[in-house]
Design a protein around this ligand. Structure first.
Ligand code: ADP
Ligand code: MG
Ligand code: ZN
Length: 577
């Protein structure tokens, strides 16, 4: 869970042990927990000052505002120039990150950032393994908190500004690969936006970000190791890829049966990276899809489309092999990656490096071992070509993710797809976009998918209006306590395809967020009905919105709308850059 923003740390925050009775008293427990958390944050801040002492000369670190597997982000103030204090976000990257990965993230920010809603960078600090990126701080709302209080016009502005950022980075040949609300900061009051987190970015073949050329070859290696043949028999889901180059896979090339513990382990790793978001989704239970449903019960109930990914078609195999060789050649020439990999295991950890304070990455740093963890985006936001491990992924994958955000905005559900693995995510996409359509599209990028059950594509307007509780067939808000969008048990036990569950998703799902607490539009629990009646434009969503959504969620990356085209879409008529 992300820490609340701007929590004042000037107050005494020493951890004082309290007696049990006190803790049980109303309010005390929360205070106790708060103190406990604050003391943890305080310790982290102290450690950061220790690790990178030069920070102490410039910044007063106030709070921790984000924590993931690969970084922690802090709010700091700086007296950079005479006058007012400036708020700064300090992103402390985990020391095990590969130096090239770090340098590439920084290069994305410095080259493409600083304009068009792309976060810029002010400074970067390093001491030994510790790297801290200092960025302008943009105070922002939590997506989940504001989702159901956004007016339709705000949603238009939000999407428009997201496309501006995506157009900008795509022009530089950056594929962000992790486009999701927590990486697109939104300050409602200031109407400011910022795309952050290039920690997973990759370059297009013609990228203008030099270091991304190197990251790409690294990913090639990563995707090869991920592509190892595995079959999850219990789920009737199988994956196989005979096209994996022999030199990469040291395991037997025959299919290996993978049991659930393996899958569970994978889930745990992925949740680490996105734990903050996952926990939000779990606590509110508003996601349209629940993880358990597909994964555990699918093979028993036969109600979900058991997805079977078959090997790549031969033509694509050839092509991907060619691509892989090409990339290899480029990277070897450019950055000597061959050497890097060979020396990776033999490099003594104690070697001091000589690239400090230069703009180069020295051979010692290049030889450092890479973090072994799946640095992949969030399954729920991943495009079908990513989920099926299509080797040549383009900027179109970010457009799909933007489409999933738009789907959340139009339906009022977040996260929309909640899956901890790729095949579950793919099955969930099928229930919205249709199984035949998905299979058909996958063919265009050289993947064949076998699907045991056919599910029809849904009309996007009907779907979103049902989920918002706007269609006439859905009962309006009552005072009853309502069930979440998809009751997990329901979901697995009922017969009939998943789409039928959408009809059971009334608008009461808008629980626990700012709409009830009173928001900027003046809505509060009392006048909820009035608010939904006027609906801030939600009662007359134009067809253009769903047309744009359809073009973003185009299963075929080759025909999917680009950021540049999206900005010119009729949905944004009367909005200008
Ligand atoms: P990670 O790779 O750990 O996800 P991010 O760069 O996405 O790191 O940062 C994590 C969180 O920190 C963001 O979701 C956001 O809440 C906060 N954050 C990051 N950069 C800034 C910034 N410049 N201003 C304000 N908050 C930020
Ligand atoms: Mg992030
Ligand atoms: Zn170095």
């Amino acid at each position: 869970m992300e820490a609340p923003l701007g929590m004042p740390l000037d107050e005494p925050m020493a951890f004082t042990p309290q007696r049990e009775e006190q803790c049980q008293a109303d309010g005390s427990l929360r205070k106790y927990e708060q103190n406990f958390k604050l003391s943890g944050v305080k310790k982290d801040i102290e450690k950061l000052y220790e690790a990178v002492p030069q920070l102490g000369n410039l910044f007063k670190i106030k709070d921790k505002i984000g924590e993931g597997t690969f970084s922690s982000v802090y709010l700091a103030t700086a007296q950079l120039q005479v006058g007012a204090e400036e708020k700064i976000a300090l992103k402390h990257l985990i020391p095990t990150s590969h130096p090239v990965r770090i340098a590439a993230e920084l290069q994305c920010l410095t080259v493409a950032g600083g304009q068009d809603n792309v976060m810029g960078v002010k400074y970067c600090f390093r001491k030994n393994d510790h790297v801290v990126i200092a960025m302008p701080y943009l105070e922002h709302e939590s997506f989940l908190d504001i989702l159901n209080s956004l007016s339709f016009q705000e949603v238009r502005e939000y999407m428009f500004n997201l496309f501006r950022a995506l157009k900008r980075i795509h022009q530089f040949g950056i594929v962000h690969r992790d486009v999701k609300p927590s990486n697109f900061l939104y300050n409602r009051r200031l109407k400011k936006y910022a795309l952050v987190d290039f920690g997973l970015a990759q370059g297009t073949y013609d990228t203008k970000i030099e270091l991304l050329k190197f990251v790409q070859s690294e990913t090639q290696q990563e995707s090869c190791s991920q592509n190892k043949s595995h079959v999850i028999t219990g789920n009737k889901i199988s994956l196989s890829n005979p096209a994996v180059p022999k030199e990469v896979v040291q395991q037997p090339t025959t299919k290996t049966t993978v049991k659930r513990p393996y899958t569970n382990a994978q889930i745990q790793i992925k949740q680490g990276k996105d734990g903050k978001e996952g926990s939000v989704g779990l606590s509110v239970q508003r996601s349209v899809f629940g993880e358990r449903n597909f994964n555990i019960h699918s093979s028993i109930s036969h109600e979900s489309p058991a997805v079977k990914l078959l090997k790549q078609s031969k033509t694509v195999d050839g092509l991907s092999k060619k691509l892989a060789t090409k990339k290899k050649a480029v990277s070897t020439k450019g950055m000597n990656s061959g050497v890097m990999r060979k020396t990776a295991s033999s490099c003594p950890a104690t070697l001091t490096c000589d690239c400090y304070a230069t703009d180069k990455v020295c051979s010692i740093c290049l030889s450092r071992r890479q973090q072994v963890a799946p640095r992949a985006g969030t399954p729920g936001f991943r495009a079908p070509e990513v989920l099926t491990k299509c080797p040549n992924q383009t900027t179109a994958i970010d457009m799909w993710s933007a489409g999933v955000i738009f789907l959340s905005l139009l339906s009022g559900r977040y996260p929309f797809y909640k899956a901890s693995d790729d095949l579950t995510a793919l099955a969930q996409i099928m229930t919205i976009r249709g199984s035949k359509e998905t299979v058909q599209a996958a063919k265009t990028f050289g993947k064949s998918i076998l699907c045991s059950k056919e599910v029809p594509a849904q009309d996007l307007r009907t779907l979103c209006e049902k989920l918002r509780g706007l269609d006439s067939n859905t009962p309006k808000l009552t005072n009853e306590i309502q069930r979440p969008a998809l009751h997990e048990t329901d979901y697995s036990e009922k017969t009939g395809h998943k789409a039928s569950h959408f009809t059971e998703t009334p608008e009461e799902q808008r629980s626990e967020n700012s709409l009830y607490k009173g928001d900027s539009n003046g809505c509060s629990r009392g006048d909820f009905d009035e608010c939904t009646a006027s609906l801030d434009g939600w009662d007359k969503v134009p067809d253009e919105a769903y047309d744009l959504l359809d073009k973003l969620l185009d299963l075929n990356p080759a025909s999917r709308i680009t950021a540049e085209q999206a900005l010119l879409h009729p949905f944004f008529k009367d909005m200008y850059l």
